[in-house]
Design a protein around this ligand. Structure first.
Ligand code: AMP
Length: 451
């Protein structure tokens, strides 16, 4: 779970990268970083925390030059520490190089072991660092050739940005697990995880980077090549369900429209007798609107989300731990009192959030709570860049839907079917998507069997 943004050929490169990262903040809140190039040398700043906390005007002013890349991180591989914050920046035989990675490699342990045995010293726990070592060790003459040689040795999910003194490079893995788009700013070109970052900087979407494609942007413009044969069946369906921002166009689909369709489909498959449809904000809103539209049950606001929780949240002692969800969400008594409520959320992971929400709704006066989930049960961990826990912690991998309903204290609980999910993304069999978290069908070999 990460977001990347890069720009080439703009006077305000680091400022725009800051704004782009701001728009991608939902993709990672642990650390943020920017590397800029003034054509001669790279400059890096990264730290733990939210984009707005990490960067000050003074810091940005020191990141000079007309090109930059940035990264927001939520750890999937490697613990949450500054040494794992990206972009990584190195000096090697070919000059200076920075990298920002969204995704997760599945053969990084084996790569790391073999690199360490031949003398490589790693500075982080991140799987991304192996890519840098492979590039530095390549005997090829150009950066592009080195990148291709390095990536031909890695397996898994990557949407990667590289910045050298003179070039910005973007590469997407052959499966196309994670998104990456090419855009145009008022001057220069942009590469970003999601289109919402282009909207914020008043850029224009040019197109999605193809799975297996490499785009090189330099003084002469945009050059494209397809060094890796596209497999085209790995678009992460969970990006559409939960992870991406609703205002983005992702894999050619409006995320908002997809989520609304998920809700429509859910209402068709799993109706409920109720007075009111409410959403778990923010990610459940579009699906709840779709559910209300299809069912004819009025939509209203039953939960309010605080957007000011930030990173100051300290895991409190047991006696007040249940305040956690209340910091984020609060129930609207006026809407809920005496009502039979359908509450729509995008997913259940461990079940703890749903349980707290149902209790909160009942405490605020709801007489019945019918929980509807706009995706199928998550039963398998993700190894391609979404932070999901082990099977042991995924409630649906060891409990039936009835057992989960009892645990979360809902009057009824129902999920969207896998076919319904496919229908909502215009691909009924979901053949062009990775659905491993719902189906257990992983698209690459895994180093160890899913735990
Ligand atoms: P849980 O309490 O573990 O069941 O969390 C479920 C809630 O977390 C849902 O409201 C989802 O919107 C949200 N969610 C789903 N997937 C993730 C994820 N990978 N990381 C963080 N939150 C998630």
């Amino acid at each position: 779970m990460c977001g990347v943004f890069g720009i080439f050929g703009h006077e305000e490169a680091s400022n725009l990268t800051y704004l782009g990262l701001h728009a991608l903040q939902h993709r990672g809140q642990e650390s943020a970083g920017i590397v800029s190039s003034n054509g001669q040398a790279l400059n890096l700043f990264r730290d733990m925390g939210l984009v707005a906390d990490v960067f000050t005007a003074e810091v940005i002013s020191k990141l000079e030059g007309k090109s930059a890349i940035g990264h927001v991180r939520y750890s999937t591989a490697g613990v949450s520490k500054l040494k794992n914050a990206q972009p990584f920046m190195v000096t090697y035989a070919g000059g200076q190089l920075a990298v920002a990675h969204n995704g997760n490699l599945v053969n990084s342990d084996a790569l790391r072991r073999s690199l360490e045995q031949s003398g490589a010293i790693f500075q982080s726990d991140s799987d991304t660092e192996a890519i840098i070592h492979l590039i530095a060790r390549s005997k090829r003459s150009t950066l592009e050739e080195r990148v291709v040689e390095a990536l031909s040795q890695v397996q898994g999910a990557y949407s990667l940005l590289f910045l050298s003194e003179k070039k910005l490079i973007g590469v997407r893995d052959p499966f196309g697990f994670r998104p990456l788009v090419l855009g145009k700013a008022k001057s220069g070109y942009v590469l970003a995880s999601e289109t919402t970052a282009l909207d914020l900087i008043e850029g224009e979407l040019v197109r999605e980077i193809d799975p297996g494609e490499m785009v090189v942007i330099d003084e002469d413009g945009v050059h494209t090549s397809r060094p890796f044969a596209a497999v085209r069946k790995g678009r992460c369906i969970f990006e559409q369900v939960y992870f991406a921002r609703s205002d983005s166009t992702l894999f050619g689909l409006s995320v908002y429209e997809t989520r609304k369709k998920l809700g429509i489909q859910l209402a068709k498959e799993q109706p409920a007798e109720a007075d009111l449809v409410i959403a778990v904000p923010d990610s459940g809103v579009a699906a709840a609107i779709g559910y209300a539209q299809q069912s004819g049950i009025p939509y209203d606001v039953g939960l309010i989300r605080s957007h000011y929780v930030g990173r100051t949240f300290i895991e409190p002692q047991q006696s007040i731990r249940h305040f956690g969800v209340k910091l984020k969400l609060s129930a609207v008594r006026a809407t809920l009192k005496g009502k039979r409520v359908v509450v729509v959320d995008d997913s259940i992971v461990r079940g703890t959030t749903s349980r707290k929400i149902v209790k909160m709704l009942k405490a605020a006066g709801a007489i019945e709570v019918h929980l509807r989930i706009s995706s199928p049960p998550i039963t398998w961990p993700c190894y391609y860049g979404i932070d999901t826990p082990s099977r042991k912690e995924l409630i649906a991998s060891s409990h039936s839907i009835e057992e989960i309903a009892t645990y979360v204290t809902a009057d009824s609980l129902a999920y969207l079917s896998q076919e319904g999910l496919g229908t909502a993304v215009n691909d009924p069999s979901a053949a062009t998507f990775c659905t491993a978290c719902f189906s257990g069908q992983y698209l690459t070999p895994l180093a160890v069997a899913p735990q």
